[in-house]
Design a protein around this ligand. Structure first.
Ligand code: ZN
Length: 156
């Protein structure tokens, strides 16, 4: 663990998040836009002043698993600090089978969802589950402390 005082601000005002699954087989880091510091309703996912509010999706799977999703990232933007990376995780698909829900095969923790193709939607993107993030810019992070929005995946 490096000293907090040695940490420089993330690129472009982003914050550095660190996550891991429960058993530690998977651990990762990525840069993320700052989170909203107060509730602003549910009108948009991103507000340049008030910050990003991650999505709690209400689709059949997400509502069971309790996912809280990060912003979309390119797969290369996730730095794996464990020997295992996303290709070592188990994955589950359903419905259109275009979103791969990755989880640790040992402890079952959801790691990320990857979309490889879809009808007119952004592709080759990963949304990381913030439930497994434990540190933001060197400070403790608890997903319960941030403001969220609902993504209506049930009707998408
Ligand atoms: Zn694990």
């Amino acid at each position: 663990m490096t000293s907090n005082s040695c940490q420089s601000p993330g690129e472009n005002g982003k914050i550095k998040l660190k996550g891991r699954c429960h058993c530690g087989r998977f651990s990762w880091e990525f840069l993320h836009p700052p989170f909203a510091t107060r509730s602003i309703g549910n009108e948009s996912e991103k507000d340049p002043v008030k910050g990003f509010r991650p999505a709690r999706c209400n689709c059949s799977l997400c509502s069971m698993k309790g996912y809280i999703f990060s912003t979309f990232l390119k797969p290369s933007e996730i730095i794996w600090t464990s020997q295992s990376n996303l290709s070592d995780a188990s994955s589950y698909t359903f419905g259109t089978n275009t979103v791969h829900h990755y989880f640790c095969p040992v402890d079952g923790c959801a790691i990320a969802a990857y979309r490889d193709e879809d009808n007119g939607l952004v592709t080759d993107v990963v949304a990381v589950t913030l439930n497994c993030v434990y540190e933001a810019d060197g400070r403790d992070f608890d997903v319960e402390d941030i403001f969220k929005r609902v993504y209506d995946g049930k009707n998408a």
